[in-house]
Design a protein around this ligand. Structure first.
Ligand code: HEC
Length: 208
């Protein structure tokens, strides 16, 4: 009789311990991610998608470097391009645009083989956002508009974007890539305008 009771009690104890362990594990599994959430950054920031297919772009792919600058980190997190009116970046952007884009889009982005990029008409309205323009440069669009992630780093793309926005000659109210302050200070590009080679700012002169 005693033995039977004892063994029953032991069994009960074990069950209780096992249950507590299970519950504990359950609680840990549930509460850990919940606790980690507020600390982690809001997702990984901006999700970039191919302009034509909508497929997600992997911005770690392509030409090495130009991913750890403060401007790129901020852009990947918030979609804000901090080079937009920085003369040192415009100077570089002008040169990169001349090498990589102007052959098809024209010296002033007025359009040639490819469409004009300096007016308020866009085949893909996503290009009115700098994140959309970045995606088009990174992943390409149709036909002759191939991806440029093998010859430009993300940082260089931000410089090109700044230059394209600088060439804009359309109505300022349609320049949705500018904030209110930038719209107030907006001056349309004048042909022949020269940016000093030694302009100071966030962008170091490109290596020749
Ligand atoms: C070999 C020629 C060629 C080169 C080089 C080229 N493009 Fe294009 N681009 C095109 C063509 C053609 C289209 C039209 C494609 C389409 O409609 O899908 C286009 C489309 C675009 C668009 C979409 C415009 C809109 O109205 O929505 C953007 C933005 C763009 N290009 C930017 C660039 C930038 C920036 C560069 C340089 C990094 C570049 N392109 C280099 C030929 C080119």
């Amino acid at each position: 009789m005693m033995r039977k009771t004892n063994s029953t009690m032991t069994k009960k104890k074990m069950n209780a311990t096992a249950l507590a362990a299970l519950l504990g594990a359950g609680f840990a599994a549930v509460s850990l991610p919940a606790r980690a959430q507020p600390q982690s950054a809001p997702q990984t920031g901006v999700v970039f998608r191919n302009t034509v297919t909508g497929e997600q772009l992997d911005v770690s792919q392509g030409k090495e470097g130009g991913r750890d600058t403060p401007a790129v980190k901020k852009f990947f997190e918030t979609g804000v391009n901090s080079y937009i009116d920085d003369k040192s970046c415009l100077r570089n952007g002008e040169s990169l645009f001349a090498t990589s884009c102007s052959g098809c889009h024209g010296h002033l982005a007025e359009g040639k083989l490819g469409p004009g990029l300096n007016d308020n008409y866009w085949t893909y309205p996503s290009n009115t956002q700098d994140t959309g323009l970045f995606s088009t440069i990174f992943g390409g669009a149709n036909g002759m508009m191939g991806p440029h992630n093998e010859n430009l780093t993300p940082d260089e793309m931000l410089q090109v974007i700044s230059w394209i926005r600088h060439l804009y000659t359309g109505p300022v109210q349609d320049a949705v890539w500018l904030n209110d302050e930038q719209k107030k200070n907006y001056k349309p590009y004048k042909q022949g305008e020269v940016i000093p080679k030694d302009a100071q700012g966030q962008c170091k002169p490109l290596e020749e």
